[in-house]
Design a protein around this ligand. Structure first.
Ligand code: AN0
Ligand code: CP
Length: 366
């Protein structure tokens, strides 16, 4: 694997989840694979989990690790071409990238959306420049539009905590409700996973919800026999948000969009909360903006009443989370909350991805 941005880069998810469980059983199994190989992690934005879990993953594989915080000690980097650099940026990314590439074997990139130029963000301009000019395999640690290490960890977590019931056709279902329409006591034949928008005081990127939708829908398409012999993991995947926050269909095509949050929550087995700013799909002029004063949107905060509409759902969030905005204390602290095992699985997803990249390098050397 030379690049990790989208779910398709991992190929067969059944295989990827098996590798995740293999790593979970023994996270040092491949501790020689990364010997004398150096990972460079480049951060244009803050991080706690990605920084720690990806470094830990690299150490599990025997790699050396260098971390560069671009905004804390490096020269300020210009990312756009064609500008006269007479401002505060001392170096251009197009020189910095090949230089960084000369000191390492693999590069991880965190570079959030600027949220001002949709075309620039959705073209993944910065990530593709690293791909093109570093000469090394690269992977996303949340780029402008995606956060695949998070979505992979979320999929691992859902697999681990799924009610895992065989779907009527024995298959892996996705999209709207199960074909037979069964909802016995709120529990359908397949787990219902709901991605819900929640309020936040700052404009946040769409990367996390984009990837979560992309991975859930692909998991559906691949008919994964998760949970053992003869069992299927179906996903009834629903997205709920106020009007105007429609995500890019490149990520969500095939999902059920339900504007009524209560209806969306009914019978849910997993509630995945996240804030995102306007994706500029139905309202291009509002790309990257917060559409309403958050004080008016507090009824979207996931609280105990919201959770009472569900099938005793697990609560998920990628973290960092603002309590009292996205979720209340009691919901995030409840035994059904998965935020800590979800974050712990970031080490597992990163180990699998780095292992794949290192195996690719090894094969290229043979
Ligand atoms: C970032 C985001 O929403 O994309 C990172 C989440 C992993 N969150 C914040 O900036 C608070
Ligand atoms: N979930 C996540 O990526 O967290 P950090 O921003 O702390 O890395």
């Amino acid at each position: 694997m030379k690049s990790f941005l989208n779910v398709q880069d991992l190929g067969d998810l059944r295989q990827a989840l098996a590798e995740a469980q293999e790593i979970k059983a023994n996270r040092y199994k491949y501790d020689m694979l990364g010997k004398n190989k150096t990972l460079l992690m480049v951060f244009f934005n803050n991080s706690l989990r990605t920084r720690l879990s990806t470094q830990k993953a690299a150490m599990n594989l025997g790699m050396n690790v260098i971390v560069l915080d671009v905004n804390a000690g490096a020269w300020k980097l210009e990312t756009e071409r064609g500008v006269v650099m007479d401002g505060d940026k001392s170096e251009h990314l197009l020189e910095a990238i090949p230089v960084m590439g000369s000191y390492c074997d693999v590069i991880g990139i965190r570079s959030f959306a600027g949220l001002t130029d949709r075309e620039y963000d959705y073209a993944e301009t910065v990530y593709h420049q690293f791909e093109q000019y570093s000469g090394k395999p690269v992977f996303a640690m949340e780029t402008a539009t995606v956060h695949p290490l998070q979505a992979f960890a979320d999929l691992i977590t859902i697999q681990e905590y799924s009610p895992l019931q065989t779907s009527p056709g024995g298959g892996f279902l996705c999209g709207s409700h199960s074909p037979s329409g069964e909802q016995e006591g709120g529990r359908g034949s397949v787990p219902k996973v709901v991605l819900t928008w929640a309020p936040h005081p700052r404009a946040l990127p769409q990367a996390v919800p984009n990837s979560f939708a992309q991975w859930m829908l692909e998991a559906g398409r691949q008919s994964l026999p998760l949970g053992g012999e003869g069992r299927g993991l179906g996903i009834d995947f629903v997205i709920t948000h106020p009007e105007g926050y429609e995500l890019d269909p490149a990520f969500t095509a095939g999902a059920t969009i339900e504007y009524d949050q209560k209806k969306a929550f009914e019978g849910a087995d997993f509630i995945y909360a996240k804030n995102w700013s306007c994706p500029g799909v139905t309202r291009p002029e509002d790309y990257g903006k917060i559409l309403h004063d958050y004080h008016e949107m507090m009824h979207w905060t996931v609280d105990a009443e919201h959770m009472s509409w569900t099938n005793n759902a697990h609560f998920m969030h990628c973290l960092p989370v603002r309590r009292g905005m996205i979720v209340t204390d009691d919901v995030i602290e409840a035994p059904t909350s998965l935020v800590i095992p979800e974050a712990a699985n970031r080490e597992i997803s990163a180990t699998v991805v780095l292992k794949r990249i290192l195996q690719g390098l090894q094969n290229a050397e043979i």
